[in-house]
Design a binder for this molecule. Structure first.
Ligand code: NAG
Ligand code: NAG
Ligand code: NAG
Ligand code: NAG
Ligand code: NAG
Length: 913
């Protein structure tokens, strides 16, 4: 009986747990429990187990046999068909040959391998144990299959002998030629039951070297049988292997014959493998890796006629299709001699590894390409599948480490990027002149140290921020500036090799001394003009005008202008953003508030208020007795709704109103307007307020809103001389005392001139042709030397003395000669009221209408007089000297300039119909 496949490989070598060997990445810092991912994949005659992330822990691989667990040492791995490779730090790839020493093999079709993985970290953490069992199906066995891995060469051949070809049992073949001669036949014969492997003959350039199977196994060779195949495995650099130049490429060759014996019979099976080594087959040029593999591997080909049927390329044992290769910028080509593979350094699929030499940082790029070939030899029609799991490492590439300073001084934080590093580097600490901080310290200080992937994930950078306010930052005051500087030495470590290294760098930032933005402004008759000057932080604030944030549309509305250092805008005094502080005599006191604040925190940076008085006619008095008044909302009565305001008569509301003001138009004889008489002025007064019932509803603590409006008509001047608004409870405003000549013209009830119409009684109604008795008096004069003269008197329909039509009553002190109802002068006598008759003039006119006889008689009449005051000593010329001896002959004497005279009038007088 043949020995069982597993027992054949089981020597006395592995009976113990072995701890040493296949250590992987170590991460000193973070050793928290990670959730390990284990993935298995069947890749033809090889299985791959991916393990990661290890998070800096050690991985120990053991294999289960029927009744024990054997830890893989490097020699056991190469003897039994295992290899463990690191990928990027923290991941391991375990390659398992399907016909490995420990596989449970069902008919060379199903191969089941069980691995025990032990992950052990620092001395305090408990080990984690994982078991992985995977069955791979593989039936596409070629007559010969060769696997080249970095630590072993494996060849398996179909154990078939086509006819009973026997060799003499002893001696074993002594010459190379003899063995070659016999091989052709031997390979065709099934080595059936009863044959026993006894001897292995190694062929080397120095000659043949027979060795018993047991000795060969003890020397580290793997020799096994499966149901139909013979499996041989040699460590890559075993003493019985040798280098051979194949088409210019150095290959390691393992060439044997196995002798089988059965009683007196002996037979042999030849098996050879040749695997490439990196030296002499891989070239680096302009960032491209070029790998040459001979397409005809002579040590394994006996006849000249050879037919290459398939070529496959892959990475990490896994085939890639053309599209994927193109995407990764790999290329594969065949020429007469070679299969040529090209891979850009840094391409996806590989990884960088760090090296330190003289504290200089270097990386090498690693990649594990795979080439698979299938060929036949014409002579035997037997297929050979040849698989190389290759390992390429570039020479050391210097990497200039750089600290990129991305600091924006205004942000008051150093922002830096340190790189680029391979993924196997960790940052342990940062040394500042004053102290050394670990990563944990740095993060506690708010330095936000983070790792970012770079260069498509194959390298990384460290990103960190150090606030200017941190004690490790040194500050120096310059001329109007502060200079911040930071000196750092980064303490780094390469994980695999535990080699520490460092990088020193210095950064500096200059910041202008901080100045806050400022606001200034002024007013013209209608507008507030505001200028905002930026501070050293630039335009980094938001602006509130009144109660509103300055939005782009509001800015446009306020004629916003900006020039990089300042902006300005103009707010009309009537804008809703303006607060009304008070209403004063003929002006309104308004305030504009401008606040600059931080958009992030809303903290106030600047608070600016500008108060200006704007001239404003809030009340207008028209000569025709119409008054208009504007009531505006004042800041002290915020709840006021101006729409609800009325005049004294609550039925008189505003003709127009909104949230901010109410506009009233009313006649002086309506809406509860009262009249008041001053010696020489007539004052109409009204008041704008809330109706009583609404006033009650307003909060009692708020001031009431009462706006007094008044119009003062100067009686002697016959036109409105002043208007004024006042808050209630203030002194009445009187502006019309001019201190000049005061003359009064009145209408007496009858020719006794003892009773007069009161001014309040105007307009006075009279019937047509009813006599009107006028008296004109010089007031407040005690000078008997002066006399009052009526220069001209006339009637108009309108209050305007110059209006048309006009009817002359007295011309140049004499009755109008063409008037059919001539004026009659009445003499004035001294009495209780009249002290100086020369200060008076009395005349009588019959009430008349203009355009008499027509239907549209004007209903009112005003009577005007121009008055001249004459000195009794100088009544020689002009009006003062006029005598109307014969009124019918017209006036005598000279005309005078009217503007020297004073003017009075009475009216309106209404015609009763
Ligand atoms: C292992 O167990 C299988 C069945 O479970 C058996 O067929 C095989 O012979 C055993 N091998 C050894 C070495 O005990
Ligand atoms: C990242 O990958 C893309 C496509 O794979 C490539 O074009 C680009 O050059 C790579 N960038 C770097 C920095 O390597
Ligand atoms: C800082 O890290 C480096 C590794 O580069 C190490 O050699 C050094 O001892 C550390 N210093 C401190 C104070 O931990
Ligand atoms: C910007 O405007 C302000 C105010 O009008 C002025 O003082 C300043 O010189 C202007 N700056 C520039 C750069 O035009
Ligand atoms: C009084 O005069 C004003 C201004 O000319 C005019 O608007 C108003 O209509 C007039 N009122 C009357 C009652 O004639």
């Amino acid at each position: 009986m043949l020995q069982s496949p597993s027992s054949c490989a089981m020597g006395p070598l592995f009976r113990l747990w072995w701890f040493i060997p296949l250590m992987l990445a170590v991460n000193i810092e973070a050793q928290q429990k990670t959730s390990l991912k284990i993935n298995t994949i069947c890749l033809g005659n090889v299985m791959r187990v991916d393990v990661g992330p290890l998070g800096g822990k050690l991985l120990e691989v053991a294999v289960a046999t029927n009744n024990s667990v054997v830890v893989l040492t490097p020699s056991l791995a190469s003897q039994c068909g295992f290899s463990v490779k690191k990928e990027t730090p923290g991941n391991a790839l375990i390659y398992v040959s399907l016909p490995n020493c420990f596989a449970q093999n069902v008919d060379d079709k199903i191969f089941t391998t069980t691995l025990h993985l032990r992950v052990h970290g620092n001395r305090y953490a408990e080990d984690e144990l994982y078991q992985v069992t995977e069955a791979c199906h593989y039936t596409a066995w070629a007559s010969r299959e060769i696997v080249c891995n970095h630590n072993y060469m494996e060849v398996s051949v179909n154990r078939a002998l086509p006819h009973d070809y026997t060799l003499p049992k002893h001696p074993v073949p002594q010459s190379n030629s003899k063995a070659v001669n016999s091989r052709r036949a031997a390979e065709k014969q099934p080595v059936d039951a009863g044959f026993r492997m006894t001897t292995i003959v190694f062929f080397t350039p120095e000659g043949e070297k027979p060795m018993s199977v047991a000795n060969a196994q003890e020397s580290g060779y793997g020799i096994g049988n499966t149901p139909s195949r013979l499996v041989l495995r040699s460590p890559m650099m075993a003493p019985e292997t040798y280098h051979q130049n194949v088409a210019g490429v150095t290959m390691r060759v393992f060439k044997t014959s196995i002798i089988f014996e059965k009683k007196w019979l002996a037979t042999q099976i030849d098996a050879a493998a040749a695997c490439p080594v990196q030296e002499g087959s891989v070239f680096f040029n302009s960032g491209i890796i070029t790998w040459y593999l001979p397409r005809q591997i002579d040590p394994m080909i006996t006849s000249g006629h050879y037919n290459l049927m398939e070529v496959h390329f892959g990475i990490n044992g896994q085939r890639l299709d053309g599209a994927e290769m193109q995407a990764r910028q790999y290329s594969l080509s065949l020429n007469d001699l070679y299969i040529v593979t090209q891979i850009p350094i840094g391409a996806v699929g590989g990884y960088y590894k760090s090296h330190i030499q003289h504290n200089q940082y270097y990386v090498s790029y690693m990649i594990e390409p795979m080439l698979e070939m299938l060929w036949t030899e014409d002579s035997s029609h037997e297929h050979t599948r040849y698989k190389v799991l290759f390992h390429i490492a570039t020479h050391l590439l210097p990497r200039h480490l750089q600290l990129v300073d991305n600091t924006v001084p205004a942000e008051q934080t150093f922002k830096m990027v340190l790189g680029h590093f391979a993924l196997d580097v960790v940052l342990l600490n940062v040394t500042f002149p004053s102290e050394v901080l670990s990563m944990a310290d740095c993060n506690a200080r708010g330095f936000h140290i983070m790792e970012h992937m770079a260069v498509n994930g194959s390298m990384k950078v460290f990103v960190l921020q150090v606030p200017f306010t941190d004690p490790v930052v040194s500050k120096q005051n310059g001329d109007g500036v502060v200079i911040y500087s930071l000196h750092m030495t980064f303490g780094l470590l390469v994980l695999d090799s535990f080699v520490p290294f460092s990088h020193t760098a210095q950064v500096e930032a200059v910041l202008q001394n901080s100045v806050s933005p400022s606001v200034s402004g002024g007013c013209d008759h209608h507008n507030f003009h505001i200028i905002v000057k930026y501070g050293t932080q630039g335009f980094s604030f938001q602006t509130t005008v009144g109660k509103r944030l300055m939005t782009p549309s509001l800015a446009q509305h306020y004629n916003y202008l900006e020039n990089g250092t300042h902006f300005s805008f103009t707010v009309p005094f009537s804008s809703p953003d303006v607060a009304i502080e008070a209403i004063e005599e003929s002006s309104i006191r308004n305030r504009l508030d401008v606040v600059l604040s931080s958009p992030e925190t809303n903290a106030q940076i600047q608070d600016f208020s500008l108060v200006c008085n704007f001239p404003s006619g809030l009340t207008v008095c028209f000569p025709n007795g119409t008054m208009t008044a504007l009531a505006v909302k004042v800041e002290s009565v915020p709840t006021l709704n101006p729409r609800q305001l009325t005049l004294k008569d609550p039925s008189c509301g505003p003709v127009y109103s909104n949230d901010h003001y109410a506009y009233f138009v009313f006649a002086v004889n309506s809406c509860g307007t009262t009249r008041k008489f001053l010696p020489d002025a007539m004052v109409y007064e009204n008041e704008i307020s809330l109706p009583d019932e609404l006033e009650m509803q307003m909060a009692p603590e708020l001031p009431e809103y009462e706006l007094q409006v008044s119009c003062s008509y100067d009686i002697s001047k016959s036109h409105a001389v002043a208007f004024n608004t006042r808050q209630r409870r203030s002194e009445p405003f009187a502006e019309n005392s001019k201190g000049q000549l005061q003359i009064e013209m009145r209408l007496a009830s009858d020719d006794s001139y003892s009773k007069f119409q009161k001014i309040e009684e105007y307009p006075i109604a009279k019937y047509l042709q009813q006599p009107l008795y006028f008296e004109v008096q010089l007031m407040k004069s005690t000078n008997p030397q002066v006399s009052l003269q009526l220069e001209n008197c006339w009637a108009t329909q309108d209050k305007d003395r110059n209006s048309q039509p006009r009817w002359n009553l007295i011309i140049n002190s004499c009755p109008n000669p063409v008037d059919p109802y001539q004026v009659v002068f009445h003499p004035v006598q001294t009495d209780a009221r009249v002290h100086y008759p020369s200060h008076f003039k009395r005349f009588e006119v019959q009430m008349f209408a203009f355009a008499e006889g027509q239907d549209d008689l004007s209903s009112q009449v005003f009577v005007h007089c121009d008055i001249v005051i004459c000195h009794t000593k100088m009544q020689l010329s002009g009006v003062c000297g006029v005598e109307c001896s014969d009124p019918k002959n017209g006036p005598k004497g000279q005309r005078r300039d009217a503007h020297d005279s004073s003017h009075v009038y009475v009216g309106p007088l209404i015609i009763n119909k």
